[in-house]
Design a protein around this ligand. Sequence first.
Ligand code: AMP
Length: 395
Amino acid sequence: MSDALVLVINSGSSSLKFALMDAQTGDAVISGAGECFGRDDARMSWKVDGEKTEKTLSAGSNHHQEAMDIIVGLIESNQLSDKLQAVGHRVVHGGETFSQATLIDDAVLGQIDALKALAPLHNPAHVVGIKAARQAFPSLPQVAVFDTAFHQTMPEKAYHYAISRQLYNDYGIRRYGFHGTSHYFVSREAAKWLNQAPEQTNVITVHLGNGASLCAVKDGQSVDTSMGFTPLAGLMMGTRCGDIDPSILEFLSKKGLSTDEIHHELIDKAGLLGVSELTNDCRGLVDAAEQGHKGAQLALEMFAYRVAKYIASYMVPLSRLDAIVFTGGIGENSLPVREMILKELAIFGYQADAEANAAARFGAAGQITTQASPLALVIPTNEELVIAQQAMAMA
Ligand code: AMP
């Protein structure tokens, strides 16, 4: 273990995930999560050296603070305090204010809070986590790493919607894009794999998890991405609809659904789950599809078709494509889904290599296409490591 430990925190409104990362080796020395904060069944679990511990949190207490106290205790009891150099916070929305990881002071905390206008569920929860961490580790640098930051290099033609400029000026309505830390990481790893400088690397990164997005990375920078003003846009996802005709909202409203009900339909009841009427879990869908479940078959076909269409459209902003890069729970593990996507791209000459495709899973990276095909890679993502490294760089 090196002396470059960073505490990585992802604070949600009712949860908190943490990892004590070695920013040099990428190892998580301690990791854990708390859930159900604010309720009587709030609890926390963590792993040290593979050994798991669970604890119920006190009813009625400030659970974010209590979680932070537990983390402080774990670091002290494992004699790691001297090695801890910084705290890195995942922050969903940096708006147009933040285009890179930023050292948190009172002013920055105020700006993150103000961005709750754009991320009402996430940013206030991050602020709670940051405040608790500042109290627990007053002498350490605290660094915010934003999901949106990597996409701040998109040109205007990519991030503007074709709506009145007034809506952009008054409310900041534009494409922001998310999953930026993941797209950044796998595009850098792809450059290493290609033996090229990141600034000379053009890839399409395809993050397929329960949430899913693509990014066109030109000369190492994001030039377009599929998520938009919120993470609902773009690809079909586990339970989110992705791109749909916006008039459907008005139509449903006139049918008597409230704004909340429409939101629920599109965010929680749509995507793989909505189409299959079975599950949002890709593994379950693949098994069911093999046994002839029509809903599962259609859901997977739609998923692959839509990913392929986005990949094809991202050839436009890239003058040259070095590789397609799959990542995320589905992208890293699901051989049939990757194969279906590459089949949809046959017009460009893509062809999966069955053996190589089967080998690249459960954390293994590698090429999954034949030698005759343009290149597609699998690269496992590691957002915690990016947060740890970017926080370490500011320590
Ligand atoms: P994530 O949000 O990145 O954790 O990804 C979650 C998605 O990855 C779910 O749809 C899972 O079914 C899928 N997934 C995870 N592991 C596997 C696996 N071994 N094979 C296929 N899909 C997987």
